[in-house]
Design a protein around this ligand. Sequence first.
Ligand code: IVH
Length: 688
Amino acid sequence: MSQEDLFSFTGSSAAYQGAVSRASQERISDLRQQIAHHDRLYYEQAKPEISDREYDALYRELVDLERAQPELMTSDSPTQKVGGRPQGAFSQVRHLVPMQSLDNTYSAEEISDFVERLQRLLPGEQIPFTIEPKVDGVAICLLYEKGRLVRAATRGDGTTGDEVTRNIRTIGCIPSTLHGKTPDVLEVRGEVYLPKETFARINAERDEQGLPTFANPRNAAAGTLKQLDPNVVAERKLSAVFYGYGAVEPSSVMPRRMEEFFGQLKAWGLPVNPRHWLARDAGEVMAAVTELGRIRRDFPFETDGAVIKADRIEQHARLGSTSKAPRWAIAYKYEPEQARTRLLDITVQVGRSGVLTPVAELEPVFVAGSTVSRATLHNEEEIARKDLRIGDRVLIEKAGDVIPAVVKVLTEERDGSEKEFRMPNHCPVCSAPVTRTEGEVAVRCANPGCAAQARRRIEYFAGRTAMDIEGLGEAMVTQLSEAGLVTDVADLYVLTAEQLLPLERMGEKSVTNLLSAIEASRNQPLWRLLGALGIPHVGVTVARTLASSFGTLDRLAAASEEELIAVEEIGPIMATAIHEWFRDPSVVVLIEKLRTAGLNFGERDPQGSAPAVEGPLKGTTWVLTGTLSIPREEAAEMIRAKGGKVSGSVSAKTTYLLAGDEAGSKLEKAQKLGVTVLDEEAFRGLIF
Ligand code: IVH
């Protein structure tokens, strides 16, 4: 029955009620299906189709309908459970105390209602509150036993979650051992997040590689935690904040107030929210919420709200909870900052691997702290999905507070003059025909000699995470390329002052600075060079691994696919891609040019595994596996510094296997071959 049917209904009151109820029933089941669908996308695939606000609107409508007609409530309604089912690929763990969710509010009035509700439930009592940022990440529960981290799990359905201990151990700010006196059993709860800056970098890289980008830092964090390979997780540089607890034994050690608990978390060595506020009444709560709203963009994580909690922990038990959320806490959601502007044009950018990315050229508009005039549109499919046309009025916001994004078209404002956009069939820079790979959304310029690709490769080579050549940014590279001075990265090393001086904004001083920065980069360690060359699949972490496993660029270039696969972090797809890359004739030429330019191919690395250092471990070969309390590369460097060699795979030549926590197949192999296995403590004994 539609809304109009309902309003024009003229039957008896009982029949009318029946019709209302049937209509609600239909709407309720429709809402439940929609919510279940979006829950699956959000929790299981980390790929939501609608915004949180749209989701909340559906959710609220369902709550209201169920409240109005409690007889229609069922125990499997999404309003009765916490969230997504745990994922299959990870083993499942049961939280000692279930992880709940929070109810959301959107107005000062609803905050007053919350405060009044608590006052009614605890008449005559003082109820102080804490207010803190709501971190938009992935909820996590860490289990510490006698102060040692033994397990980490996602929230899952609230009762059971995915065991993600190995991934969590790669997060630098999460201590494996807590400081000071700790309870015997302690579940701490918090949020794993991807810093906004890192989110921007990862998305730029993914756009560049033609991979789908993450919609926001939370999805990126969720996608990262679901990685089965902890090395990928380590590369993404997740962070965390803790704010709550589950099981605590003995419970007598718990502080009496949330405010004290935050201090306790910090004393244990766990990261906490950078700010929190205390408030005595609804007015003070709202003042804190407003102040947080003003400064929330300064935090390294995305914050879409404030969490208001009763400060006295003893009151929590008496206030209790519903099946889903505690009564003593609530989340306040801020309006997302959006702006309206016009899509003036769509231009096409060429990335370093040739991927063509459409970019929205916008009428400049101020949003969330800065003026926005461009936004990536990722690919053609995305433009079609949003039905974007040149000339459209659009709504924009900043994904993760940092990346400008077109949210939607204001179709009602169209006047018919808007023009559809088609991806070009030829590269806008070199005019070579573009190619489309079956099953990929990306379109590529297939000309490896394309000037735009070359420019991007040079910019990447000079970048901070690569060869770190100061003064060689986008503008400089464009000038050098347009002046015909550089076509590949090796050309940088033959630049002269005479060539640079005539360029725009290049005085004597800047020329000297640039030349000495380029000069200094000849001595960068091998891993930086490997990371800078744009070898497929080789980011900083893999570059470090390759450098330490092979020692020199020549040994890596000569490695067979089997030798590459034998390195712990390298899978067959990566091995093939790396092997092929080194056999590409243009790469062979480039490497020879770089050799002539005098770059360090590993021989000058103090930690290079090539020439054995004199020391007590001389003549020993080590393999490292499992999780150690220090980064593996650091342990490898300690071994090399004492004269040992570090290898990626266990063989009869292996002298020692250093096995950290959760060592897997390498440990088995070492045991079979009778290789001496050392744990971290024994290793430390040997090395110090
Ligand atoms: S307290 C009993 N504090 O937001 C639940 N949650 O939308 C206690 N969240 O499930 C949660 N920042 O995953 C709390 N400062 C904060 C938070 C926070 C983010 C998450 C948490 C929660 C979800 C509810």
